[in-house]
Design a protein around this ligand. Structure first.
Ligand code: NAG
Ligand code: NAG
Ligand code: NAG
Ligand code: NAG
Ligand code: NAG
Ligand code: NAG
Ligand code: NAG
Ligand code: NAG
Ligand code: NAG
Ligand code: NAG
Ligand code: NAG
Ligand code: NAG
Length: 459
């Protein structure tokens, strides 16, 4: 690491010079000023100063990003902090040096994903104040990635890692490079008042700009989120338990999800005790869904897209008080999320799904389908419940029949739901074929790829 100007001004009590770039270390507080202030506004890398600030003040101290623009040109590993309060009053701007990030981003241990910033510790807080924000400069990524999925080493903006008692408040992440926030190996985390907006200015989409993913984390509380993006709004990946999401608005993207889970045979996924409540999902591909891999490992790839065969369960999940507006597939269980083309795979999942409730859903589906619940034949699902679910097609609200179909009513399709005809409350009116992947792109026709005998069962 190059030597940094450090001013130890333990005795300074009055003014802070405002025209130099460095760490002002005032006792246990480290005030950060950007290098650009001494370099005629040039975007000189601020990561050495930032790392220095965390070294000086990361234990029993505070790190304050003053109201300036900071250039993040390198990966940062600021872990093992203790009793540290971070305040963001300025802008953290990530560089657009794509080759640099593709060769340096830090592997996070899941799906070949990696991150630009690994941060964590015990009793860590991270607060945005005033107009503080994080600028992922993601447009460069959206454009260079050309709408492809899971570009290896495209970096997650921030990964909260190995943390206990984490408190994050008032973060604004605009144009994240990839997933905006990842919470991994963390216990008792609160993330409130979070705004993520991944919107592309050109023809390329914001693929994989998840608002947040959690993994191997227990007790994660998320309140007051707004996410506009091009993938899952909030996704509970493997080994997430006691996730509680309250008051979120998801625009575009794919809504709230558990998954994908069950990707790796040697890494069982146990997901339980999850609540998503008071959620608006607007113009999204999905609304409230569960996605597991099939039971047979398929393919090989360098981008984390291959897998299947992982064991485990998803149980005790409640999706409650959802306002759905123009959503492609509002409610779903898929157990072969990335191999739906091969229908036989869809009955093989090693993930057992049970005790899932969708309660108080209202609004509109984009097509003529409200729900597709396909549990794997290998693990028919017990205790699946709908309570007060009322979704109608956007066209139905215009008084028009489902376009180019012979189906008159909103589709609720089911397969392998154990309590379907007894306590489920699901108005199942069609067999759920397995071939739905993560979404639908048009009205469901009467005939599909499902076997005719199964169709007859419901029509
Ligand atoms: C430095 O710390 C002293 C004592 O805690 C405080 O009075 C002073 O305002 C601090 N200076 C800055 C720039 O925060
Ligand atoms: C991050 O820094 C910690 C020391 O705080 C070190 O133990 C760990 O190996 C580093 N992780 C990575 C991925 O560099
Ligand atoms: C995780 O944090 C604990 C402190 O809670 C620390 O002892 C441990 O070394 C950290 N593990 C890693 C891999 O950084
Ligand atoms: C959980 O973390 C919060 C900080 O977000 C802290 O105030 C609280 O005491 C922690 N709870 C437990 C049980 O440690
Ligand atoms: C987030 O930051 C961007 C850039 O400063 C700003 O335009 C936007 O209004 C902010 N959004 C919120 C909700 O604070
Ligand atoms: C997200 O950003 C786009 C482009 O700046 C803007 O049009 C949209 O209103 C923003 N969304 C939210 C929820 O603020
Ligand atoms: C959620 O937002 C409301 C309205 O701004 C605010 O009153 C409330 O305190 C916020 N909740 C949390 C947990 O920050
Ligand atoms: C819900 O969160 C939004 C910010 O995403 C906030 O504006 C609104 O006031 C919150 N609502 C409640 C009831 O806290
Ligand atoms: C189900 O999850 C909720 C929310 O975490 C929890 O309150 C409840 O105790 C769980 N039920 C069971 C049977 O574990
Ligand atoms: C579902 O949860 C209830 C308690 O909330 C429990 O009695 C029941 O056994 C659970 N069902 C399954 C299949 O786990
Ligand atoms: C809704 O109806 C309009 C015609 O009024 C049609 O153009 C559109 O494709 C329909 N959308 C769906 C999903 O059926
Ligand atoms: C209308 O539905 C038929 C199948 O019933 C399908 O072959 C055809 O492609 C559909 N037309 C359009 C324009 O989607």
């Amino acid at each position: 690491m190059r030597f940094k100007q450090i001013l130890s001004i333990l005795s300074l009590s009055v003014c802070v010079p405002s025209v130099v770039g460095y760490v002002v270390n005032n006792g246990t507080s480290c005030y950060l000023y950007p290098e650009s202030l001494t370099h005629f506004g040039q975007p000189v890398d601020d990561t050495p100063s930032i790392l220095q600030a965390f070294e000086l003040c990361g234990i029993n101290g505070s790190v304050i990003f003053t109201e300036n623009t900071f250039h993040i040109n390198q990966i940062m590993n600021t872990t093992n902090l203790q009793n540290c309060d971070v305040t963001l009053a300025g802008e953290l701007q990530f560089s657009t040096n794509v080759p640099y990030w593709l060769s340096h981003s830090i592997n996070v241990g899941l799906q070949n994903q990696s991150t630009a910033w690994l941060i964590g510790g015990t009793n860590l807080s991270f607060r945005g104040v005033g107009s503080g924000w994080i600028n992922g400069n993601g447009q460069t990524w959206y454009t260079e990635n050309k709408s492809n999925a899971n570009q290896p080493r495209r970096p997650i903006t921030m990964t909260f890692y190995n943390s206990t008692n984490l408190f994050v408040d008032n973060l604004n992440i605009t144009q994240p490079q990839f997933w905006a926030i990842f919470v991994s190996f963390t216990k008792n985390a609160t993330l409130n008042n979070i705004y993520v907006n991944a919107t592309s200015n050109d023809q390329w989409s914001t693929t994989n700009t998840d608002g947040a993913d959690t993994w191997n984390s227990h007790g994660v509380f998320m309140t007051n989120w707004t996410v506009q993006n091009g993938d899952d709004c909030i996704a509970a990946k493997g080994n997430t338990s006691e996730l509680y999401v309250k008051n979120a608005t998801c625009i575009g993207g794919n809504g709230m999800t558990i998954g994908s889970v069950g990707q790796y045979p040697l890494m069982p996924d146990y997901n339980e005790n999850t609540v998503f409540e008071d959620v608006r999902v607007i113009d999204s591909g999905d609304g409230a869904y569960i996605k597991t891999w099939q039971g047979i490992a398929v393919g090989e790839s360098s981008n984390g897209d291959a897998g299947g065969g992982g064991p485990g369960y998803v149980r005790n999940v409640t999706f409650k008080n959802f306002q759905i507006e123009n959503v492609g597939l509002p409610i779903q269980i898929s157990q072969c999320i990335y191999s739906e083309a091969n229908a036989s795979n869809c009955e093989t999942s090693k993930m057992a799904v049970s005790n899932i409730t969708w309660e108080n859903f209202s609004g509109t589906s984009r097509y003529n389908i409200a729900a597709s619940l396909h549990c794997a034949g290998s693990h028919p699902c017990p205790d699946i419940f709908f309570r007060n679910v009322n979704i109608s097609s956007v066209n139905e609200t215009k008084g028009e029949p489902a376009w180019n179909t012979t189906l008159q009513k909103e589709i609720y399709q089911c397969a392998n739901i154990l309590n379907e005809n007894s306590t489920s409350g699901i108005p199942c009116n069609r067999w759920a074929p397995s071939n739905f992947g993560q979404g639908v792109s048009g009205n469901i026709q009467e005939s599909g790829s499902q076997s005719p005998s199964r169709v007859r069962k419901y029509l």
